[in-house]
Design a protein around this ligand. Sequence first.
Ligand code: 16G
Length: 241
Amino acid sequence: MIDKKSPLPIYYQIEESIKQRISDGEYQPNDMIPSERILSENYDVSRMTVRQAITNLVNEGVIYREKGRGTFIAENKIEQSLKGLTSFTEDMKTRGMTASSKLLNFEKVMASGEISRKLEIEEDEEIYRLQRIRYADQKPMAIETNFLPVAMFPNLNKEDVRGSLYDYVEKNKRQKIKKASQIIEATIANEDQSSLLEIPLGSAVLHIERHSFLEDGTPFEVVKSSYRADRYKFSSDITRG
Ligand code: 16G
């Protein structure tokens, strides 16, 4: 498997070999991979070389280390297209996964400068601030904090946001959600995020801010969310010219 005469570095060949085993289905998500000692014996290379390959694969998110337990195959990342405006519930459904939520917070607060500007309401107007952990097949994927004008949805209650918020909005306003703008930034998990998302402190997290509008052009939500970077990647088709 390893060609020591190849111009390709040996650590790289080991990385490719492990990736091949994953795509062949020989290694499944959360399987433990053999120890450095065993791998160095199997590949007949030094432990240093194996360590280099393992470190690169950890950095790439292909495998993950757990202190005192070992090294494991990571779950496949969910690839999310940046093209369509979809809800979390729809995204999971198209993948054959089940979306669920845990409501952490549901309160009415005064809109702040930035949020009132985006929602095109006055600064002292009331908004809902609702915070949910979003799960795919019971695994935490993201923490979402939505801000919506109370005047627009006077009867919104906790029960309504157990399922899809977009469903509620479209039914309640009798119009479709049309467009949104969003920004994606790289961050690292703080203590709260790490415990809610069940990831180590300091892991990579994607911070997404979305600002969405109804068909008639009314802004109805500002959302700040933190997505697990080990489970998500975003893709888009781009054209030149
Ligand atoms: C997505 C949206 C979020 C929206 C939610 C509604 C991103 C970054 N965020 O998670 O803005 O509020 O879907 O989902 O994509 P729901 O209809 O399942 O409640």
